[in-house]
Write a protein that binds this ligand. Structure first.
Ligand code: AMP
Length: 419
């Protein structure tokens, strides 16, 4: 029986790969311009890292982790997100000894055991950016500005930036109690999951998609009414700096973000490009994460962009598949070796060239060149070859000319650049 891929795990095929490469190149250009460096972290970590880092009462830790015991008896987990691993690496390698401020990014697959559907997979890719070691609100604004600039660079328009403050260790517990008290009176309207969340982590109820839960929280107390003076001051400075940079934002007091570790600034970017609402990315500040994973008291802020969702929103003209530059068609037997030699010479010059490995009629070779969307075809005819010449055909306008083979690389180079 034919073996198929696991449900929720996707192949990214050559036809789409141009978009992925375009996004990844733009990440490197934009993020590195903002002073960020790439970090690569393992796909597997000790389960404990995510339990402590993300929080026990979250959907991810409760039901979405790919956890298994390895042959040595250790409990390991495929990373469901990158922040906890990046923080672990920063601590483990004492990156703070060089400079307390670390601006890091990484791109790679994450794994969550969620119900697969369009835009939701079990292996999906994220672009993560994190700043460790800065508590100052100016950096919150800087991170958000980089995110928006990046999204515009890849061609996304009609973006809406939503921000909120989630308070801190001092003020959030009081809010959590108020919210719990409010929702307890209406608990019969909540879904089964939210009944449980009500005890463990009532803020998560804001994220629930069930209609009756959404209706129940409409009049719920807002975290913004409970934040302490310091959090309020922090949030005001973030807003000031966003405005200073001319960036518009919308306050969304119901946006709480799914993970436990967020404190103070939280943000999401919604794109109206497809007409419907689409959360492309989200992030926020997490000043307690480092303590949770057993480290020092180090503040952090960052975001994660879902690659699949971002790619589905890209304008059609971005990241197109690279066409075949040249197909070498051979007339007669002797031309095969010339085709091989010329193709190799072109490959060294990074010109995409193909030829038929098997002997085929000229007609069938031309058909293949057409199917492969070749921009040019080089026809190696016996008579011309004797003179060191060949026919170069432009497939877009069907014009053709005889050229000296010695000048092929230069001629093609000029044409490919010009078109
Ligand atoms: P989160 O880490 O949950 O804050 O998610 C950040 C971004 O990752 C989201 O805005 C989505 O674009 C993307 N994302 C999260 N979970 C999935 C998933 N299961 N499949 C595809 N993309 C996802």
């Amino acid at each position: 029986m034919e073996i198929k891929a696991i449900r929720g795990f996707n192949d990214i095929l050559p036809d789409e790969i141009g978009k992925w490469q375009f996004v990844e190149e733009t990440v490197r250009e934009v993020f590195e311009g903002f002073g960020f460096d790439e970090i690569r972290i393992p796909i597997l970590e000790k389960t404990e890292l995510f339990i402590r880092g993300i929080g026990e009462a979250t959907d991810i830790v409760e039901k979405e982790m790919y956890t298994f015991t390895d042959k040595g008896g250790s409990s390991l987990t495929l990373r469901p997100e990158a922040t906890a691993s990046m923080a672990r690496a920063y601590l483990e390698h004492k990156l703070f000894t060089f400079d307390p401020v670390a601006k890091l990014y990484c791109i790679g697959p994450m794994f969550r055991y969620e119900r697969p559907q369009k835009g939701r997979y079990r292996q999906f890719y994220q672009i993560d950016a994190e700043v460790f070691g800065v508590a100052n609100p100016v950096v919150d604004a800087e991170v958000i500005l980089m995110l928006i600039h990046f999204l515009r660079q890849v061609g996304l328009e009609k973006l809406e930036l939503q921000i909120n403050s989630l308070g801190c260790r001092e003020c959030r517990p009081r809010y959590r109690e108020e919210l719990r008290a409010f929702l307890s009176k209406k608990s019969f309207q909540l879904c089964e999951d939210c009944q449980r969340r009500l005890q463990a982590n009532p803020l998560r109820i804001f994220d629930c998609k069930v209609q009756s839960c959404q209706e129940t929280i409409v009049d719920a107390p807002k975290v913004s009414d409970f934040i302490c003076k310091e959090c309020d001051h922090h949030f005001n400075r973030v807003k000031e700096h966003l405005s200073m940079a001319g960036l518009e934002y919308v306050l969304n007091p119901k946006m709480v973000r799914g993970l436990d570790y967020y404190t103070r600034t939280a943000f999401e970017v919604v794109s109206y490009d497809l007409g419907a609402q689409n959360a492309v990315t989200g992030g926020g500040r997490y000043d307690n994460l480092f303590q949770e994973i057993g480290g020092r008291d180090i503040p952090g802020i960052g975001f994660a962009i879902g690659m699949e969702r971002l790619i589905s929103l890209l304008p059609k003209n971005k990241g197109l598949k690279r066409p075949l530059d040249l197909f070498i068609a051979v007339q007669g037997k002797d031309g095969k070796q010339d085709a091989f030699r010329i193709a190799h010479q072109l490959h060294l010059e990074r010109i995409r060239a193909e030829f038929d490995y098997e002997e085929k009629s000229l007609k069938s070779q031309m058909r293949r060149a057409d199917k492969l969307n070749a921009r040019y075809v080089l026809i190696l005819g016996e008579e011309e070859l004797k003179k060191g010449r060949a026919i170069l055909r432009n497939m877009a306008n069907q014009s053709q000319e005889e050229i000296p083979l010695q000048e092929l690389v230069q001629i093609l180079g000029r044409k490919i650049l010009r078109d």
